[in-house]
Design a protein around this ligand. Structure first.
Ligand code: COA
Length: 263
């Protein structure tokens, strides 16, 4: 299949998937989701591929979030359907029998941070910035961020990061365990491939068993065992019934600060 929003390239049994909408900082719109869903399904089925690397095009962003311009017209049910769609694709990544790592090359915000967290682990470049800034839009994460950030960095840090919408840099992300390694921008992809080459030399069945067991230990098996993901979908939908959400998303599109009223 020809992809419009992705660059997909396989070399030495490593499939590199690059989200490619650099003029919109690689924001996840419906088209990206459809293509991501398709490529992940293909990669898992393709016996020539042993592992996967996900990154973003351009020097500035991994993924700067869900595409906010698609939010404005959604009602509660449509928003819940969108969150369910995002969660299902991210569960597919998380439950992949093949290792999937994120090489974060810039902003990983909102849905971008959630995508990175759905990968089995993350490395990033020195210019990376992470955050779940949805409250700036009168929203909460919808693609698993409330659950996976808490699993990765603990309750207190997760609460603070998500309530303040603060962005953190690469070294802080390393310090709190959100990423495993920080590299220079130029060596990021080489380092990711180096790690995957080591993993590719191990027994594939053992690797896939590790993934499923560790996912259960982390409470993110994607089999309905963690009700937090479902709660996140309905809570995300609830936000779409508020005036604050309309104000937050409109303010972003109009490039101004929002004024929230608590309604
Ligand atoms: N959805 C849709 N469009 C987005 C986007 C998103 N999440 N993030 C960035 N863009 C678009 C901008 O609207 C802009 O488009 P334009 O050139 O047509 O106006 C373009 O990408 C470049 O972004 P810009 O904001 O001009 O870059 P910046 O360097 O000034 O700021 C960010 C970078 C990442 C700080 C800023 O883009 C931002 O805050 N993005 C949204 C982050 C967010 O809230 N994510 C969670 C969404 S749920």
């Amino acid at each position: 299949m020809e992809y419009k929003c992705l660059i997909v390239d396989t070399e030495y049994q490593i499939c590199s998937i690059t989200i490619n909408r650099p003029d919109k900082l690689n924001a996840l719109n419906r088209e990206v989701f459809a293509e991501l869903d398709h490529v992940i399904t293909e990669v898992i089925a393709n016996t020539e591929i042993k592992s996967v690397l996900i990154t973003g095009a351009g020097p500035k962003a991994f993924v700067a979030g869900a595409d906010i311009s698609e939010f404005a017209s959604l009602n509660r049910e449509e928003a819940m359907a969108l969150a369910k769609r995002g969660q299902d694709i991210f569960f597919k990544i998380e439950n992949s029998s093949k290792p999937v790592i994120a090489a974060v090359n810039g902003f990983a915000l909102g849905g971008g941070c959630e995508l990175a967290m759905a990968c089995h682990f993350r490395i990033c470049s020195e210019n990376a910035k992470f955050g779940q800034p949805e409250v700036n839009l009168g929203l909460i994460p919808g693609y698993g961020g409330t659950q996976r950030l808490t699993q990765l960095v603990g309750k207190g840090r997760s609460m603070q990061l998500q309530m303040t919408a603060e962005l953190i840099d690469a070294n802080e992300a390393l310090r709190i365990g959100l990423v495993n390694e920080v590299t220079s921008s130029v060596s990021l992809l080489d380092r990711a491939r180096e790690i995957l080459t080591i993993i590719n030399s191990k027994a594939p069945v053992a690797i896939s068993k590790l993934i499923s067991c560790i996912n259960i230990a982390a409470g993110c098996a994607g089999n309905g065992s963690n009700p937090g993901f479902t709660k996140e979908i309905s809570s995300f939908g609830d936000c779409f019934e508020t005036e604050d959400m309309k104000e937050g998303t409109t303010a972003f599109m109009e490039k101004r600060k929002p004024t929230f009223k608590g309604k």
